[in-house]
Design a protein around this ligand. Structure first.
Ligand code: HAS
Length: 541
């Protein structure tokens, strides 16, 4: 590892954890709001929405982007067994992430960008916020470019060989994101930024939404795929099992590349002005992108079973108890996987055109995404950090029991939280609404569902506090490791030699992804483009 490539990795990890700490703390305010305990002012917030914006932006963008940049860069260095192709790009990713964070944070903290993490019109934010958000995306794109160049450099050094799987999956993750980020890049650069600077008098909220959700669904797989890298290629090693085959892992990542992006209109099933036929096309692609997750469920489960049996597990389920549940890194990720089964199931409810009419814009949706990004991803990143921080600092993980308690508390907390949100949502409770304040306070009672949300959310915040105790204890008072740690990398039953060359041809699959995106989006975009010059001035909220 080159020192000049290692510090940007460490720096981005620190930024990610700052995002998790501050963003997570805001969750307490929102959870307690459900039962009428309103503490925004005590937490120095002007409104519920200011806190919710901090929560969403810091967790969904800063924490996830910065953690992925750090983790996937490290994984690529290990996978390709060479430094990243460009130190300039690696350091550039850190600086753009830092400056972007400072600009966006300034705008939000001064209440000039209370627009939530879905920042499309008609909510207008300060241009500093949009600039900050753009820089965060640019940071990920610099990482994407660096990973592609690193793969190219590796290929030049190893002509005719299959790309190492660990390197390949990292590159696929970022190539998918490069295609996915196009919508939000166009939205910010051509519409929101000029509009916020007053250069553009009007902007069309419906077209804004189309561009935002073009990125807005694929982004969830950009959050998820780094966790999948760990579930497929690291956790099996940590539990002593082997992964079934190199081909199957490559196939799952390639399917995610192909199907993640042309799905965004499923966030707009109830929007007027979008042809139903195009919504139905996105319905089919959404169900297609479920498939690689089902492949993941069975493949990872098989690798875990292999490990559990190698440790002496017998019978149908006996292997489960033999898994190393006492290792905080493993326990956190196994619990994250279990919650993802429910997260995925609720996603399928959301994606079903007619069921979506029942749950859209209700608290069912935050119930879903706290089990996906809020746990499958976040608890996995936490689990990864339990080996990553010792690896990067050369210090032993301290407070292992505390770390285990942290993982279980998060697991119990999110199940209560999601149970509350989902049941309340099915009764019609709106999302993104301060239930503890007028007018909702008088309309919605703090029944059992809202109490479960409040208790579950509070447990998640306490779990977060335990996590930061473990991290700070390790970083500042951890015992020096006598032996350097290794990055865990799983073995395959059927390795790269058995893999078809087609599954290593990234350019070919990228082209298919682009064609599918064109089919899924061009008809709707052509409908809206001519309207852009005539859209009437809109009211700014
Ligand atoms: Fe979603 C809304 C549909 C996955 C995040 N989603 C959201 C929003 C977020 C989000 C943040 O179709 C709200 C955005 C906003 O503010 O409006 N989602 C889906 C579907 C999937 C899905 C079909 N979502 C995710 C993931 C997310 C995420 C992943 C974050 C990381 N979602 C929707 C829809 C909406 C939506 C609609 C809009 C709703 C509306 O009306 O507004 C699928 O990809 C899910 C597939 C997953 C599975 C689960 C597989 C299970 C696995 C675990 C295996 C377990 C093992 C454990 C191995 C089928 C892989 C073994 C352990 C032992 C110990 C034995």
């Amino acid at each position: 590892f080159l020192a000049e490539q290692l510090w940007p990795i460490k720096g981005q990890l620190v930024l990610a954890l700052i995002g998790l700490a501050i963003g997570g703390l805001m969750g307490l305010m929102q959870a307690l709001d459900r039962v009428g305990i309103v503490i925004y002012k005590a937490m120095l917030m002007q409104t519920y929405y200011q806190g919710l914006t901090i929560h969403g932006v810091l967790l969904a963008f800063l924490f996830t982007f910065a953690f992925s940049n750090a983790f996937v860069s490290l994984v690529a260095i290990r996978g390709f067994e060479r430094p990243l192709a460009s130190t300039f790009l690696a350091q550039g990713a850190f600086w753009t992430m830092l400056v972007g964070t400072l600009l966006a944070a300034y705008a939000i903290l001064t209440n000039q960008a209370t627009v939530l993490f879905t920042f499309y019109a008609p909510m207008r934010a300060s241009s500093l916020f949009f600039l900050g958000a753009a820089l965060l995306v640019i940071s990920t794109l610099l990482t994407a470019l660096n990973l592609v160049l690193t793969r190219r450099a590796w290929q030049r050094e190893h002509p005719g060989e299959r790309t190492p799987l660990l390197g390949f999956v990292g590159v696929v993750t970022y190539v998918m994101w490069a295609l996915a980020s196009l919508g939000v890049v166009v939205l910010v650069v051509f519409f929101l930024l000029p509009w916020s600077l007053g250069w553009l008098k009007t902007t069309d909220p419906q077209f804004n939404r189309i561009l935002f959700w073009y990125t807005g669904h694929a982004i969830v797989y950009f959050w998820l795929m780094p966790a999948y890298i760990s579930w497929y290629l690291m956790v099996p090693r940590q539990v002593g099992g082997r992964v079934f085959s190199d081909s199957l892992v490559r196939l799952a990542f390639i399917l995610l590349l192909v199907f993640s992006v042309p799905t965004g209109l499923h966030h707009q099933y109830v929007d007027p002005g979008i042809p139903t036929v195009m919504k139905v096309v996105h319905l089919f692609t959404t169900f297609s992108v479920v498939f690689p997750s089902l492949v993941t469920a069975f493949t990872v489960m098989a690798a875990l079973e292999d490990g559990g049996r190698a440790r002496g597990g017998t019978g149908l389920l006996g292997w489960i108890w033999k898994l190393p549940w006492g290792d905080p890194s493993v326990a956190a990720q196994l619990l994250a996987m279990l919650v993802f089964i429910l997260g995925g199931a609720t996603g399928i409810v959301n994606a079903s055109y007619n069921l979506n009419n029942v749950v859209h814009n209700t608290s069912f949706v935050p119930g879903h995404f706290h089990m996906t990004v809020g746990t499958a991803v976040t608890l996995s990143f936490i689990g990864i950090s339990y080996w990553l921080i010792p690896f990067l600092t050369g210090r032993e993980l301290m407070g292992r029991r505390l770390a285990l308690a942290q993982a279980w508390l998060w697991f119990v907390g999110v199940l209560l939280f999601a149970r509350g949100q989902i049941a309340a949502g099915l009764l019609g409770e709106p999302r993104r609404s301060s239930i503890g304040e007028a007018p909702y306070r008088d309309l919605i009672s703090a029944g059992l569902d809202n109490w479960l949300t409040a208790i579950g959310g509070t447990l998640m915040v306490i779990s977060g506090l335990l996590y930061f105790i473990v991290v700070l204890w390790t970083v500042f008072a951890g015992r020096r490791l006598t032996q350097p740690l290794e990055i865990p990398v799983a073995e395959m039953r059927f390795g790269a030699r058995e893999t078809s060359p087609r599954l290593d041809q990234l350019g070919f699959w990228f082209l298919i992804a682009v064609i599918l995106v064109a089919i899924a989006y061009i008809p709707t975009i052509l409908l809206y483009l001519p309207l852009q010059s005539v859209s009437p001035p809109i009211k700014v909220y």
